[in-house]
Write a protein that binds this ligand. Sequence first.
Ligand SMILES: [Zn+2]
Length: 486
Amino acid sequence: MDKTLAQCRQLKLKKFRVETIYDMQFESKYNDVIHQARNCNVEELDLNFQHQVGRFIDVTRVSGYKGLVSELDDMFEFQGMLVNGNTSWHVTYEAFGDANKRTTWQSSLVVFCFAWKVVLGPKDNGGLGVGSISALNNALMLKWLWRFKNESSSLWRNVVNGIHNSSRKPMHALGKKTLNGAWYNSIKVLHFFQKVGINLSSSYKLSIKSGSNTLFWLDDWDGIGPLADRFPQLFDLDKKKSCFISERMRSGTADWAWKRRPSGPTEIADLDSLTGLMTQLRLSDGTDSWVSLLSPDGSFAVRDFRSLIDSALTVAVDHPVVWIHIVPIKVICFIWRACLDRIPTSSALALRGVHFSSIDCPFCGNKPEETNHLLVDCSFSKEVLARIYKWCGIDVIQFSGVVDLVRFAAVWGRCPKKRKLLLAVTYGYIWSIWRARNDKIFNQLIPSVGKVVDEISTLVFKWVKNRGTFGNCNLATWFCSPFDIL
Ligand SMILES: [Zn+2]
């Protein structure tokens, strides 16, 4: 098996089936198989664990079953969208004894899912912008630490300060470990940032005014890291390690308080560098403050940090959808799903075990109803798109799929306003084709190209009129060409 998979490591396998005898090494076996399959981007993985004849096993009760499910869950979350934009993992795992009794205790599970980490991700990263609760919670907690640093005269800060004695402590030590509670839990948010690999110091800077509120050695006030970490030997020599900047800098010159004078080549060199650093520092009247680098005005916004966390926790995918205000969110969500081949076409449902008498395209009946066929390749859809593009004055282009179509509209032309209109028209086209398909299947309404074209132009006009900011928005002009309203 290893050899087979290794040979086609860079290929994309449609299906890989493994049949093996169940034994005590069950867990290591499935781990190996999943690992190998993941490396090869296998679309469909069949794991068949066959037990020795005469013994019955309910696969859901074997010790490795939960581990397998959890491993698969992780795999989908991480790998779901990376495999291919228009396919999903199809995993069947089953256990059976001898062939005759297979139906008695076969257990199989077919898993199709969205990659949850993609759904949660910011829209700029190809996600749906849902955001995780965890990111929101941690951003809200961080806000309290931010306020603690910036609201030096507020009553609540003085109360916390009185309890935790945190006026001369760096950010990560603002709470006493022995006083476990709400405040100490807020401090723990810093561990979370560290754990998910976010370097907080790159998202804020300290604005130094009088220097009477910023720790000289322990706060990262020049954006490179605390001086205590960069000059550890000098830090050891200072009599007051929790001094403020204003206590080490008086009248524009350094005011040291050493246990002994720095000596030796390293300490002297460090002192020179440190003195050079301090000559660049200009103190003035006012209070030191923390400035966010994520917002234009420097103030702390929960949404900025939430988005920062979501970016770190989620998986970025290359997605063509552009979110434009004039198109309703439900429509863009549908386009988003269509581009990932996650709309409930007959073929997709059949693949998930929903059985139909026919899975043929409701328009032409010649091919199975798949996303790309229905929305782009079908002769009916092609005719609608050709008329719509003719109305827009764009030459007919052969698109390879719905992703290609959306990507074309997203980068078309040089005028942003025209591009936005073409995107709205393209989204309207996909949405209307889907509605025509539903009308045919559920209401037995025979679709007509002219009717769908009219529907698209009217629908998009409503969006543009009600949600857009285009000046000359009248229907007669619109019907001539959508770009005439500009
Ligand atoms: Zn068709």
